[in-house]
Design a protein around this ligand. Sequence first.
Ligand code: CUA
Length: 188
Amino acid sequence: MTTETEHRSLGEEVAARVERRWATLSIVIVGVLVGMATFIGIHQATMPQGRVETADPQTLHLSGEFIESNLGSTVEADGSVTVRAVGQQYSFTPQCVVVPANTPVTLRATSADVVHGLLIEGTNINTMLVPGYVSELPISFPAAGDHVMPCQEFCGIGHQGMWGKVKVVDQATFRSMMAKRRRLTCVD
Ligand code: CUA
C-alpha cells in the first residue's frame, strides 16, 4: 500500500516537473518571438528602407515617367536597359516586353489601380506592384527565349487572365529592333 502511494506520488512529481518544463519553454518561445518582433519593429522604424519612390496612380497616364509613350524598353547611356511597365486591372502595359540577353536590365513598374503581382517565370523576379509606389528590380537574362509574366496577386475577378510576356532576344537583334526608337515593346 505504502509502495503504491510512493509510486503514484513519484509519478505525479515527474509529470509536474515535465509540465513545468514545457510551460517554461513555451513562455521562453513566446518571449523570444515578442522580443524579435519588438526589435525588428524598432529597428525598421529607425532605419526605414533606403529608397522609397512614389508615383501618383491618379496621374500615371497624364504625365511623368509612366505615361504610355514612355513604357517599354529603353537603352541607357551606359548600355544597360530600363524597362518601364504599369499593371492595371487586368493587363500589363506593355503586354509584351523585349529585352536583350546578357545585358543588365532594370525593371521599373507600378500599378494604376489595385495591388498586382509581377512574376517572370524562370527568373527570381517576383514583386508586387503597389499603387503609389515604384517597384524597381535588376534582372539579367542569360539566354534568348520567352518567359511568361503572370500577375501573381489576386487583384479582382479578371486576375486569372492577367498575363504578360517577356521576350529575350540576342543583343544584335535587340539593337536592330531598337534602331531609330526611343522605346521598344513586342508590338513595335
Ligand atoms: Cu493583377 Cu492579379
